[in-house]
Write a new protein. Sequence first.
Length: 400
Amino acid sequence: MTEAIAKLEFCGVRGSTPTPERENGRYGGNTPCLELTAADGTHLILDCGTGLRALGNRWAQSNGANGAHAVDSHILVTHYHWDHIQGIPFFHPFFEPQNHFHFYSFESRYLGPGSLRKALESQLASPYFPVDANMMSAQRIFHEVAGGGSWQIGGVRIKAARLNHPQGCLGYRIETPEGSIVYATDNEPDGGEFDKVLRQLAESADVLIYDAQYSPEQLASTRKGWGHSSWLEAVKVARDARVNNLILFHHDPDSSDRVIDGYLSAARQEFPDTWAATEGMMVNLSKRGVAVKLRESRIGLRKRLRFAATVSGVDQDGKKFEEKAQVRDLTMLGAYLALNNRPRLQSELRVVMEAAGEGNRGSALSFRGTVIHCEIGREHTQNGVGVVFIEETESGLPRD
Ligand SMILES: [Zn+2]
Ligand SMILES: [Zn+2]
C-alpha cells in the first residue's frame, strides 16, 4: 500500500506586489497562492495572487488538477487586497465550463452581502480588464464564512479566524488526516485578543505559514500599523503555539534574496525548524512527519567535471562542518557536489575549489551557494547536494 501524503506547493510567496527583479528571483516574485491536495484527492487553493497563473499553466500541461480532465476545487481567499486576488483573471481553468470551484471568504463591510462575488468580479469590470466576468464559464459557488466558523470539505476540516489587518483578513487552519496546516498571512500582532486567537488557531500545527514581511526594527517603527509582521513575531507564535515547522511568508517586495536569507538564519537561531517560503517549494505531510523539498532550478548549460574542493556549511542538526569533497557538475546557476555530511536545505555552503598543478597554488576558485537539494547520491555512498549560487552585491564580493 502506498503511503497517504498531503501535498502542499507554494506558487506565490511575495507580499503586496509582484516583483520580477533579478535580486529576489531565488525566492520568487509572484504574490500569494498555494495548492494543497489531500491524500483522498480533496483539492484546495489558498489565495489567488499572481502565482495562480503559473498553477493554471501547470494544470494545462497535466490536463487538470489531478491529471483528470474536470477540476473540482475549493478556494480559500484570506481577504480582498490586490496581492491576494490579482491572479484570478489570468487563471484559464475559470474559463472552462467543465470545472467547478467553491470560493470561501468573509462578508466585507465595504461591499455588503455577496462581497466575495463582487470583489472577484469587479476586477474584470470595464474599463479595468478586456474580458467580462460572464466569460468565466466554470461553475463558481460562493460561500461567505466568518471568523470562528468551521466546515468540512471531503476528508478535510477547515477552521477560520479573524486576523488583525486593515479591512479584515481570515487565517485558516486546515486539518487533513495526514497533518495540519495553518495559513495565517497579513497579520499584525496587537498584544491582545488577536494574538490569543491566532495562537489558538495555530496550536500544535504541523506547519505554520506566517506573515514575516518586515524586520523587527521596521515593524516597531516605520511599518507599524501597516498590518504585517516580522520573522521574530513568527518565531514567537511558533513557540507559543508549539508548532512543528514554521514557514516565513509574504516577503516584502523590497526584500532581496540576501535580506530573506538573513531573516531565515536569524529565525533558525531561535526556532530551528524554520523555512523561508520559496516559489516551487513543496511540503509533504504524512504519518512520518513533514518533508520539505525545493524545486530543482539549476537550469542551463551543464558541465560534468570532477574538482577537488573544501566545503563548509551547516548540517541538518544545525552543526557546522567542513570536509574535502568533489564538485561533480557546474551550470551558470549552481553546482552539484558529493558530500559525506548532509547540509540543511536553504542553508549556505562555502566551496573552495583547488586549481590543478603546482604553478596555480593560490588561485583557488571560491563560491557560496544555498542548498536546494540533498539526497543519497548517484553512487549511493555519499549525499548528492545541489546548490544555487548566491549572488554577491558589488560591495559584498568575497575578498579571496
Ligand atoms: Zn498581502
Ligand atoms: Zn493585505
